[in-house]
Design a protein around this ligand. Structure first.
Ligand SMILES: Cc1cc2nc3c(=O)[nH]c(=O)nc-3n(C[C@H](O)[C@H](O)[C@H](O)COP(=O)(O)OP(=O)(O)OC[C@H]3O[C@@H](n4cnc5c(N)ncnc54)[C@H](O)[C@@H]3O)c2cc1C
Length: 343
């Protein structure tokens, strides 16, 4: 455990695979930059891997002041112990005040391991991060500029704000798509710092013999238009209309958990708290009630159109345009109108 270092940097763990940076790392750079500005400190990125130094310029363009590169053949593939060693060694050396990771399978594996070794706190799956002064209700002591680690709790029914008074660094994982990806600035300058961390043979307990990478069947996050179907669609066959509307709009198909759990569509299409978080230009919610866990994954969409038979459905409270009606009547009309306009 490290004592609070108020001059410490705000850090992002840069996740990469085969020399390709994960989008979430760049999203986190944008938020870390804002947090660092607010705290009046510099922003750093830890970049472990093998032959990864060329990625530093992208991280600097996205807001990093310092990129700490730990380049080592033993870090070519992610395994928990060597990566945790690299991160812990740098935390021990530089004492950052905040470290954030993507809540990807890799980040969810690595961050708790680092927290355990550093004896610090860690909040998983945050949906927001802010800086504020906090009064400890027990001791009435005021703690300045703490990281508010904000996430849904109790099945999404409440939003919890978690703070860490003194078991620093303050650490959190953040889900992909939650923080907006800020534009890169190719004119930004920063420092690339090469770090040597000893990765001993004993840490190579797990060896990756083969990797099978399954390509994403649907890229919800990258889509500007999403047509999502819910439990109200009623069957896998009826989802054809959702596909048809998505097709004429040039979008992709999303779904609520009820639709996924009922077997209407695959889990990779699920949007919401336990699915993907999206912020497209247009989100069409069809036969979706608008439960809080679904809204958590789509309410930042620029324009929302809802189609629902129930005028009291909560989805209408966040929709920009609402159509009260049966999707089986409404969607064919929408499809026809769009086709006619596109002719
Ligand atoms: C821990 C936890 C995590 C969760 N994570 C997620 C998540 O990631 N994503 C998610 O979506 N949910 C999630 N849920 C589930 C969530 O609480 C809701 O149960 C789910 O979103 C409901 O989906 P739905 O609105 O499509 O279905 P329903 O609740 O069945 O609603 C169907 C809607 O369709 C309307 N309808 C019915 N017939 C028609 C018709 N013919 N035409 C038009 N409209 C019609 C109805 O009026 C109703 O509003 C989670 C729940 C928990 C507890």
């Amino acid at each position: 455990m490290t004592k609070p270092n108020r001059q410490g940097e705000v850090w992002v763990f840069a996740e990469q695979q085969d020399g390709q940076l994960h989008d979430v790392s760049l999203e986190l750079c944008g938020r870390a930059r804002l947090l660092a500005n607010q705290l009046g400190v510099t922003m750093g990125v830890i970049l472990p891997g093998n032959n990864v130094e060329s990625l530093a310029s992208t991280l600097i363009a996205h807001g990093a002041d310092n990129v700490y590169v730990v380049d080592c053949p033993r870090l070519a593939q992610f395994t928990t112990l060597p990566y945790a060693r690299a991160v812990c060694a740098l935390i021990d050396k530089y004492h950052p005040q905040i470290v954030i990771y993507g809540a990807t399978p890799l980040g969810r594996d690595l961050a708790p391991r680092v927290a355990s070794e550093m004896r610090s706190g860690m909040t998983a799956d945050c949906t927001d991060l802010q800086i504020e002064n906090v009064i400890d209700p027990k001791t009435k002591t005021e703690h300045e500029n703490l990281l508010l680690q904000i996430r849904p709790a109790f099945g999404g029914n409440i939003i919890a704000t978690i703070v860490n008074y003194d078991q620093w660094p303050q650490m959190a994982t953040v889900r992909e798509g939650v923080m907006p990806l800020l534009p890169a600035d190719a004119n930004r300058t920063g420092r690339v710092i090469r770090e040597n961390v000893e990765i001993s043979e004993a840490l190579m307990a797990v060896r990756v013999l083969e990797r099978h990478v399954e390509q994403r069947k649907v890229n919800l996050k990258a889509s500007r238009i999403i047509v999502a179907g819910g439990g109200g669609i009623g069957s896998r066959e009826n989802f054809e209309l959702i596909y048809e509307l998505a097709g004429v709009l040039g979008g992709v198909v999303g779904a609520s958990r009820a639709a996924v759990d009922s077997g209407f569509i695959g889990k990779e299409h699920q949007i919401g708290q336990t699915g993907t978080t999206v912020r497209p230009a247009l989100y069409v919610a069809v036969g979706i009630s608008g439960a809080i866990q679904h809204r958590a994954g789509m309410e930042e969409s620029a324009k929302i159109i809802a189609v629902n038979t129930d005028p009291e459905a909560p989805i209408f409270s966040i929709a920009h345009y609402g159509i009260v009606g049966d999707y089986a009547d409404v969607l064919p009309k929408m499809i026809k109108a769009i086709r006619t306009r596109n002719l």
